[in-house]
Design a protein. Structure first.
Length: 173
């Protein structure tokens, strides 16, 4: 039985998406990144105002996953123009975020969100879906590889004082 529903998010959903973004970033990176860096990163990148702008930009597709009982937000994706240090063109699109809360992990929601992101990319006429993931996040890397993604490059960036090494994955659509 499906315990969630997916729908396109609008700027009216910014608070719900921001809540999932902050909680899932904390859950994913607690113990990996410094706590103060996590808090600063979430404040800068996952505020309600940030997601209001992201959701209202027609170049972005934000899909919100809601619990079937009561509609609480439990996951989301953000599909947008690619921003990677590898060659890209107008046939590429980036899955910048795909997160689910711990209560929604292991029930197929991640696969459903990925399928929706792939469908959205194809509907836009894109030929390749890209995403970045922390290289030492073995669980996420394994998920993307099960979905058919392959490593296409690497990037380094700072989250606070922590230098992070990402894999850039690609999926030909």
């Amino acid at each position: 039985m499906t315990t969630w529903r997916l729908r396109r998010a609008s700027s009216a959903d910014a608070a719900a998406v921001a809540l999932v973004a902050g909680a899932s970033f904390l859950d994913t990176f607690a113990g990996i990144l410094d706590g103060a860096d996590i808090v600063a990163h979430v404040a800068r990148n996952s505020s309600v105002d940030t997601f209001a702008a992201v959701c209202s930009d027609p170049a972005n597709i934000v899909t919100l996953a809601e619990h079937a009982n009561g509609g609480a937000p439990i996951g989301y994706t953000l599909v947008t123009a690619p921003d990677f240090p590898i060659p890209t063109d107008d046939r590429d699109i980036e899955l910048r975020r795909i997160y689910t809360l711990p209560l929604a992990q292991g029930i197929g929601l991640g696969k459903a969100l990925m399928a929706q992101a792939i469908d959205d990319a194809r509907a836009l006429g894109r030929a390749r879906l890209l995403l970045g993931v922390l290289g030492r996040n073995q669980r996420a890397c394994a998920f993307y590889e099960r979905c058919g993604f392959a490593v296409a490059g690497r990037r380094r960036y700072l989250v606070g004082a922590t230098l992070c090494d990402d894999y850039i994955y690609a999926l030909d659509l």
